[in-house]
Write a protein that binds this ligand. Structure first.
Ligand SMILES: NC(=O)c1ccc[n+]([C@@H]2O[C@H](COP(=O)([O-])OP(=O)(O)OC[C@H]3O[C@@H](n4cnc5c(N)ncnc54)[C@H](O)[C@@H]3O)[C@@H](O)[C@H]2O)c1
Ligand SMILES: [Zn+2]
Length: 361
């Protein structure tokens, strides 16, 4: 068991890692005076874990209500948020009632958004059940819903009062979802922590097999690293942008294929390779380091190349529309060395073109 502290003054909170789900009630009781709780989850996660969480909360003296949202990114929507507000009203939740977000990033973002906005804010505990949610979305307080026009267009910064992570829940997660999470895990190593990247190079197979000791160390380190960035830049005014490493090209690939061909982590994996190659072409990053990154990504079961069905032109064009464009120039997060990145908006288009072309070979 490990605890990572997210230091944000009066908004500080703990991330508890490696705690069994059936002990959540007792621990939450120490954090709140509230009696009512609303578990927000989806049928997939509920099938495995709802009863355990519900019972544990009841045993600790909470009155428990449950709201289920259909599974899928398309339900991270205003429509589902409205249905959840209706539930909050129906169950007469009050300022001290707690919302429990039990699920992956979709549930966490949606439940967090509802918690942030209903009655101007109810306390929320995040109980992330995917690797992505455990190392990324549950940490840092970004909450949002999608609009038909784009992802995460309505949202807020709203910190949970606790993140409660049971690592064993990952055993029921499909292996592709583990791989998606591994892309973000590798990202932290490249952008912030050379030693951690070396550890991953040794243990990536163990991580894929969900060795619990490796997993605990990895999840804890990722949470620590993200917490460190969030602490310095809670509202994404500057430094937090480094967390978008691999996401500039990644988002372009996702958008061009209507979010159907690539899972987010796969697109980010290709995007990280792209960023390393751009950095290499700009003489900022050594070829050996770039080879190491590509090797690790492949070992993690992630793609390092773009499928042949997209054209270089379409990718370059979409890149220049990406929301990370500042003052007309595309912003790339580029590695200088392992564990250190910089944000650059001066990458010449012909380098981007060369690299994208190379990724298709
Ligand atoms: N707020 C942030 O900072 C942040 C960061 C990264 C991603 N996100 C958001 O997170 C979302 C993606 O999250 P995700 O990758 O967790 O996807 P997800 O929430 O859709 O979960 C993936 C799938 O796994 C299922 N599932 C979840 N836990 C399971 C378990 N333990 N066993 C079996 N199945 C399980 C889900 O029902 C779903 O079908 C996106 O909406 C993205 O925008 C937010
Ligand atoms: Zn991501």
């Amino acid at each position: 068991m490990k605890t990572v502290k997210v230091g944000l003054r009066e908004k500080s909170y703990d991330i508890l890692i490696g705690y069994p789900l059936d002990e959540i009630g007792g621990i939450l009781k120490k954090h709140t005076k509230g009696i009512k709780s609303l578990i927000v989850t989806n049928p997939t996660v509920a099938g495995y874990y709802l009863e355990t969480v519900e019972r544990s909360l009841q045993k600790a003296g909470f009155q428990v209500f449950v709201a289920q949202v259909p599974d899928g990114e398309e339900h991270k929507s205003q429509a589902e948020a409205s249905k959840l507000y209706a539930k909050c009203l129906e169950y007469r939740l009050e300022r001290e009632s707690i919302i429990v977000g039990l699920g992956g990033g979709v549930i966490g973002d949606l439940a967090g958004y509802v918690a942030a906005t209903f009655m101007r804010g109810l306390p929320i505990v995040q109980v992330p059940t995917t690797l992505v949610a455990q190392v990324d979305s549950s940490v840092g307080g970004k909450v949002a819903v999608n609009l038909p026009e784009g992802k995460n267009l309505v949202g807020s910064f709203y910190q949970p009062f606790l993140v409660y992570i049971d690592l064993a829940v990952l055993k029921t997660l499909p292996v592709e979802e583990i791989e998606v999470g591994m892309a973000e895990v590798i990202k932290y190593g490249i952008i912030l922590d050379k030693k951690f990247l070396e550890y991953l190079e040794k243990k990536i197979e163990k991580l894929r097999e969900l060795d619990m000791q490796v997993l605990e160390r990895v999840v804890a380190r990722c949470c620590q690293l993200k917490a460190g960035v969030v602490k310095k830049d809670e509202r994404e005014k500057g430094l937090r942008a480094i967390l978008n490493f691999g996401h500039t090209l990644g988002h372009a690939l996702e958008a061009l294929t209507d979010y159907k061909k690539y899972k987010h982590g796969e697109a980010v994996a290709i995007g990280m390779v792209g960023a390393c190659r751009i950095a290499e072409k700009m003489n900022m990053f050594k070829k050996e380091a770039r080879d190491r990154v590509e090797h690790l990504i492949e070992k993690a079961g992630l793609p390092a190349r773009i499928g042949a069905e997209l054209s270089v032109d379409s990718i370059v064009q979409v890149l220049s529309l990406d929301k990370k464009v500042r003052a007309g120039r595309v912003r790339f997060v580029l590695p200088e060395r392992m564990g250190k990145v910089v944000v650059r908006n001066d990458v010449p288009e012909d380098i981007v073109r060369d690299v994208v072309t190379g990724l298709m070979e």
